[in-house]
Write a protein that binds this ligand. Structure first.
Ligand SMILES: Cc1cc2nc3c(=O)[nH]c(=O)nc-3n(C[C@H](O)[C@H](O)[C@H](O)COP(=O)(O)OP(=O)(O)OC[C@H]3O[C@@H](n4cnc5c(N)ncnc54)[C@H](O)[C@@H]3O)c2cc1C
Length: 384
């Protein structure tokens, strides 16, 4: 079952796009994803194909040559891709989120420079915000910029950067020297092809092992003044607005992983027999399946609702946070049950649910942990 709730919810063209993504992911990405999980090689090898399919310019306005998908279509595509390759899903999700931020907030010069070719692998991008000491507390960012002739020189280290090896463009947050020590961060787009940038791969991840994760070291990297994204000192707002939509992408990744777990559970429960009966006929096993199906449907409704708010021009941080919180936590519960239904068979690498169980784990951590999502939801209620 897809994320799309009913016939007619998306246009025919949008449905075709979702179906193309589903077919590609099922037929081509699944075997690769299984191999990446073992050897930690990277999704980057399929960037040309992702580009050909338009999957790298989903949120770029048509005036710049992008597909300008509705957010609901975008979420449905991420859901389908995550069912077969959670690593590819986050790779695409991060790049499209950066493209969306630039479409909304970059200077006209940057838009003209990068957006028309945003869908190509040459302009692949990363969202480099977290630091060793600034995870949930982004305001503690230490990466700094000093004014230089025509721009800034940036020095610091960003942690956990998805797409950090193949990415050319880094959306990042810095504190410009002379600006106040807490708050007032500035967002910048840094060209990774310029001198002063080093990348160190992070290996040994629990899951999404095909997605690239890196530490990015900026050593007096030059950033032209027009590569500030949003106003100087207004970077936090730019970043949080981007994340509010981006989180819907992670929620869709979670529903995709959960859907894959449910499919595996149902199929195994039909075919595995114990005590002379298919295990699905035991009420305890049927309960696990039914509970998972209900939770997954509820998660999809939350994702659809949050994406619809973005499409209506009224993005809601609370709705996005609820979708991410619920979808990611239910993906973890469903992955747990999927392993349980498989018994010992679910505990070894050959069984896909073993990987899905590990892949699901990150969804309640990145782009804001579950604890942070609860804070966003509670804050919105308190202010309503
Ligand atoms: C595989 C992977 C990919 C990632 N990709 C990116 C990326 O592309 N770009 C990027 O910028 N970052 C990325 N991240 C970083 C990710 O967003 C952070 O790990 C996440 O935001 C949490 O930050 P932290 O790890 O520093 O944990 P911490 O902030 O140190 O949190 C540790 C624990 O404390 C809890 N906690 C912290 N503050 C509070 C609070 N106020 N109230 C209640 N509980 C709290 C947290 O919920 C968590 O349980 C990635 C991380 C991983 C593992």
């Amino acid at each position: 079952m897809s994320l799309i709730p009913m016939p007619g919810a998306l246009s025919d063209d949008e449905c075709l796009l979702v179906e193309a993504a589903l077919a590609f992911a099922r037929e081509e990405l699944l075997p690769l994803d299984r191999a990446w999980d073992v050897d930690e090689s990277s999704v980057a090898q399929v960037l040309p194909k992702l580009s050909d399919m338009g999957l790298l310019s989903l949120l770029i306005p048509q005036t710049y040559g992008g597909l300008e998908c509705s957010y609901r279509t975008y979420a449905a595509i991420l859901h389908e891709i995550a069912r077969w390759s959670p690593s590819t899903c986050v790779t695409i999700g991060v790049h499209n989120m950066v493209g969306m931020i630039l479409s909304r907030r970059a200077s006209e010069a940057v838009k003209q420079q990068v957006l028309p070719s945003w869908g190509t692998e040459e302009n692949f991008s990363a969202f480099a915000v977290s630091e060793a000491g600034a995870g949930s507390d982004v305001g503690s960012t230490k990466t700094s910029a000093v004014e230089a002739d025509g721009g800034f020189r940036v020095t610091g280290e960003k942690m956990w950067v998805t797409n950090g090896l193949a990415g050319r463009w880094f959306f990042t947050l810095v504190r410009i020297q002379g600006d106040p020590p807490k708050g007032d961060l500035s967002a910048m787009l840094i060209d990774g092809r310029l001198p002063g940038i080093e990348r160190t791969r992070i290996t040994g991840k629990m899951g999404i092992r095909g997605s690239e994760t890196a530490v990015i070291h900026f050593n007096e990297a030059f950033v032209p003044e027009d590569h500030l994204v949003g106003p100087r000192g207004g970077g936090m707002e730019v970043c949080l607005a981007g994340l509010n939509s981006g989180r819907i992408g992670i929620a869709a990744q979670a529903t995709g992983i959960a859907e894959a777990c449910l499919d595996e559970m149902v199929s195994y429960a039909r075919q595995r027999e114990q005590f002379g009966r298919p295990i699905g006929s035991f009420q305890a096993v049927a309960d696990m399946i039914a509970q998972s199906a209900v939770e997954l449907e509820a998660a999809k409704v939350l994702v659809w609702r949050a994406a619809s708010a973005v499409d209506a021009g009224t993005p809601s941080p609370g709705a996005s946070a609820m979708a991410k919180l619920y979808a990611s936590e239910c993906a973890n519960r469903i992955a747990y049950r999927a392993v349980q239904v498989h018994g010992g068979a679910g505990y070894v690498r050959e069984c896909r649910v073993e990987q899905l169980y590990r892949d699901a784990r990150i969804t309640s951590i990145y782009e804001g942990t579950s604890e942070i999502q609860r804070i966003v939801v509670a804050r919105e209620l308190a202010n309503s």
